[in-house]
Design a protein around this ligand. Structure first.
Ligand code: ZN
Length: 134
């Protein structure tokens, strides 16, 4: 019977697009009721950004997904609360200049077709291990 073997992941290695972010989301989840049941798959570097975003949104908002897509923060809310579009757009824009690994200033780096917002240090260490997209 053929089966795929999972390669061990080095915890010192920055997040790769094919691996879930190896971060502890519990503090972020506790910071806002909207985040309790959301799917969260971002690096630690963006946690402060997400926290700030939810401080601007109505208290009764509920998030379904907080993810990284093409080097940008993607937040999916349940419904579309009034006034949320601009806050979401601003957070996404800001995420493009914030290292997803450490939160330092960075920019979107493209490597083998994958995009990731990283600082100089983490850009040097990042090698996408996933197949080339498209
Ligand atoms: Zn960094």
């Amino acid at each position: 019977m053929a089966h795929l073997k999972r390669l061990p992941v080095d915890p010192a290695e920055p997040n790769r697009p094919d691996e879930p972010a190896t971060t502890d989301d519990s503090a972020l989840r506790r910071s806002h009721p909207a985040l309790r049941t959301a799917v969260i798959n971002i690096g630690l570097g963006w946690h402060a950004l997400v926290r700030e975003l939810f401080e601007q949104l109505p208290r009764n908002v509920i998030a379904s997904r907080i993810t990284e897509k093409d080097g940008e923060l993607q937040v999916v809310l349940v419904g579309r609360p009034e006034g949320s579009d601009e806050a979401l757009w601003r957070a996404a824009e800001l995420s493009r200049y914030t290292c997803v690994v450490c939160g330092e200033p960075g920019e979107v780096v493209v490597r083998r077709g994958w995009m990731k917002a990283v600082c100089e240090l983490h850009a040097a260490a990042w090698t996408p291990n996933a197949p080339i997209p498209g």
